[in-house]
Ligand binder design. Structure first.
Ligand code: PDD
Length: 276
C-alpha cells in the first residue's frame, strides 16, 4: 500500500515515525476517518470542519491547507485504487525532546492511509449485541484526539463479554459508543445525546439527523438514561464505517424482541440511496 507522510507518497514500509513524536509519547494529536464511496470522499467538508475545530481546541498547527490536504487524500485514494473504503489520517504536534509543555518550535507530522472496505462487510442489518460499560474518559470527548485509551479499554471489555460494541454511560446517562454515537427510538421519536463535551459529534450522527428531518421523523437531542436505553423501542449506532447499525441486544437484554426496528430500517434505506 501507498501511505501519505507529510507531503509525500511512500510505500508502507518506508514510513518512519520519530520515537519522540508527541503523538507517540503523549497521544498529542488529532485524526479523522473519512468514508470513501465509489472513490469519492463522503461528507468531506464536515470532516474537515471538525478537523479544524479539533486543531483549534488543542492549539495544534495544521501543516497544510485543507485544499492541499484534500488533494493529497484524493491522490492517496487513487494510488491505492480504493472504490469503497476508508481514509484515515492523523496530525501530531511533532517531535521534540520529551517534556509535557508544548515545544516552542515543532513541525506537525501528518500520516495517512487508505484501505478498501466494502459496505457488505461493514454493515450489519440484522443488528449486533452491545455491552453497557462505564465511561471513564476525560471531559473533552468532543475533540477527535489520538488519546483513545478509554475507548480502547471499553471496546475490549465489551468484546470479552461477547459484544461488538461498548455503549458508554456516565452514572445513569448514556453518552455514546466506544467508536460510534448511540440513538434510541421511543414512540416514533429519535433520541440522542446532545453534542456537548461528553461525546464526539459524529459526522454520521449529523447526517442521520439530517436524514431524519427529511423523512419527517421527530428528533430530540437530549440526555437519556440507561433505563430508557434498555426499554427503548429501537437502539442503533452510527459511525463512518458502520453507517446505521441496529443494536438488538444489550448485555442479557433483548431490544424489541431482538429484531432491528422500523425507524432504523427507514434510515438505513435512506442512507443507502444517498451513497449508491
Ligand atoms: N470513530 N464517537 C466516537 C468516540 C468515535 O470514535 C466515533 C468514530 C464516532 C462517530 O463519528 P463519525 O460518524 O464521524 O465516524 C463517535 C472512528 C470511525 C474511529 O475512531 O475509527
Amino acid at each position: 500500500p501507498t501511505i501519505l507522510y507529510q507531503d509525500q507518497f511512500l510505500s508502507r514500509d518506508q514510513g518512519k515515525v520519530d520515537m519522540e513524536d508527541r503523538g507517540y509519547q503523549f497521544g498529542d494529536g488529532i485524526y479523522e476517518a473519512i468514508r470513501v464511496y465509489g472513490g469519492r470522499l463522503f461528507l468531506l467538508d464536515l470532516h474537515m470542519k471538525r478537523l479544524e475545530r479539533s486543531a483549534r481546541e488543542l492549539r495544534l498547527q495544521l501543516p497544510y491547507s485543507i485544499d492541499h490536504l484534500t488533494d493529497n487524500l484524493r491522490t492517496l485514494i487513487a494510488k491505492n485504487q480504493i472504490d469503497d473504503g476508508l481514509v484515515y489520517f492523523q496530525i501530531t504536534r511533532g517531535a521534540a525532546p520529551r517534556q509535557h509543555l508544548f515545544p516552542e518550535e515543532t513541525e506537525s507530522v501528518l500520516t495517512g492511509s487508505a484501505i478498501s472496505l466494502s459496505r457488505e462487510d461493514a454493515l450489519r442489518p440484522d443488528g449486533i449485541k452491545a455491552s453497557l460499560i462505564d465511561d471513564i474518559r476525560w471531559l473533552r470527548c468532543d475533540i477527535k484526539t489520538l488519546n483513545l485509551l478509554g475507548n480502547v479499554l471499553a471496546k475490549q471489555k465489551a468484546h470479552e463479554q461477547g459484544s461488538e460494541e461498548a455503549i458508554l454511560h456516565r452514572g445513569d446517562t448514556v453518552t455514546e459508543g466506544s467508536s460510534c454515537n448511540v440513538f434510541i427510538v421511543k414512540e416514533g421519536r429519535l433520541i440522542t445525546h446532545p453534542a456537548d463535551h461528553f461525546i464526539l459529534n459524529g459526522i454520521t450522527r449529523l447526517f442521520v439527523l439530517d436524514l431524519a428531518e427529511r423523512l419527517d421523523i421527530p428528533v430530540q437531542e437530549r440526555l437519556f438514561s440507561t433505563e430508557e436505553l434498555l426499554s427503548a423501542d429501537e437502539v442503533f449506532i452510527t459511525s463512518t464505517g458502520a453507517e446505521v447499525k441496529p443494536v438488538v441486544q444489550i448485555g442479557d437484554q433483548l431490544i424489541a424482541g431482538g429484531r432491528p426496528g422500523v425507524i432504523a430500517g427507514r434510515l438505513m434505506d435512506a442512507f443507502d440511496k444517498e451513497v449508491t
